[in-house]
Design a protein around this ligand. Structure first.
Ligand code: FES
Ligand SMILES: [Fe+2]
Length: 313
């Protein structure tokens, strides 16, 4: 009976979330390298479906995948002359989402538009913001710009958890020692909470950890151990409540590209240690103690985070 009740509560939580929408955040959709010119990629995203493609200038475009004519999935269509053409009756849409052509020559209805998400390419990933206009910039990695480090992005595949729960790891300083066995004894006195992000810095003569959460789905950090620098970014996009698609980025200073595999190995290990816990957790705001105070602040930040319901569901 207890199990039944809990499942019902979970379903209720998910329904509320679906009605309110999803956090207004930047979400990774695919690797930049996957989105070649002339390709249309479809992704289940935020309880609906989107299509990603590149316009004539090579800029990524992310739009609702459902054609306003009869609802065909536009990711089945083709990119022709810098526009996305529906496979079914060849209506074409431009990068702003406006229907630019109907081959029969019929008058184009004013409502023939698809929703366009703000899109950006950064760290080797194509990102879409869940809203009409972005509330803040695409995720940053502390101490690095895309041009100042060697970096590489990889896809992690589908995962059975909500991204905001996984990102709580970023300010869960206890688990670094207990679950991951990292020799980190210190946690920051303070974390800085701003609109759209949380940042902190812990430094000792032996190490540096400069972490940043962007939105509720990306955690990035600049680490230094024994004089060696590395950069990591963990991110994910909700497919629907309880299911997400993961990506990560690794980085090292310029000229040290041969160290990238070692950073990937560390990220793989952290992920492999987190996965059994995250995929089985029945998440709750349980009994938090003094050492969990940054985690508690993060949960409040998540509760207050603005939401947006993507159109064309
Ligand atoms: S369904 Fe897309 S053009 Fe008809
Ligand atoms: Fe972790």
């Amino acid at each position: 009976m207890g199990v039944v009740t809990s499942r019902t509560q979970l379903a209720k939580q998910h329904n509320t979330l679906t009605e309110a929408g999803f956090h207004r955040s930047w979400y990774p959709l695919c690797l930049s390298a996957e989105l070649t010119a002339g390709t249309a990629i479809g992704r289940d995203f935020l309880g609906t479906r989107v299509v990603a493609w590149r316009d004539a200038a090579g800029q990524p475009v992310v739009q609702s995948a459902w054609c306003p004519h009869l609802g065909a999935d536009l990711s089945v269509g083709q990119v022709v002359d810098g526009r996305l053409r529906c496979a079914y009756h060849h209506w074409s849409f431009d990068g702003t989402g406006a229907c630019a052509d109907i081959p029969t020559g019929d008058k184009i209805p004013a409502a023939a538009r698809i929703f366009s998400y703000p899109a950006e390419e950064k760290w080797g990933l194509v990102w879409a913001f869940n809203g009409e206009t972005p509330d803040f910039g695409a995720p940053r990695i502390p101490g690095a710009e895309p041009e100042t480090i060697e970096h590489a992005a990889q896809a992690r595949g589908e995962r059975p958890w909500d991204t905001w729960i996984a990102v709580s790891n970023g300010v869960d300083f206890q688990h670094l020692r207990t679950l991951h066995g990292l020799p980190v004894n210190s946690m920051p006195d303070e974390i800085t909470v701003e609109a759209g992000g949380i940042e902190f810095r812990v430094e000792s003569p032996f190490h540096l950890q400069h972490g940043r959460i962007t939105g509720t789905n990306t955690f990035a950090q600049h680490l230094r151990f024994s004089g060696q620098e590395m950069f990591q970014l963990f991110t994910g996009a909700p497919i629907e409540p309880g299911r997400s698609r993961g990506f990560f980025v690794v980085g090292v200073p310029k000229g040290e590209a041969q160290r990238l595999p070692e950073v990937v190995a560390m990220v793989d290990r952290l992920n492999a240690e987190d996965a059994p816990v995250l995929s089985t957790i029945r998440f709750r705001r349980g009994l938090l103690t003094a050492s969990d105070r940054h985690l508690a602040r993060y949960f409040r930040y998540v509760d207050e985070f603005p939401c947006f319901l993507p159109p064309e569901r």
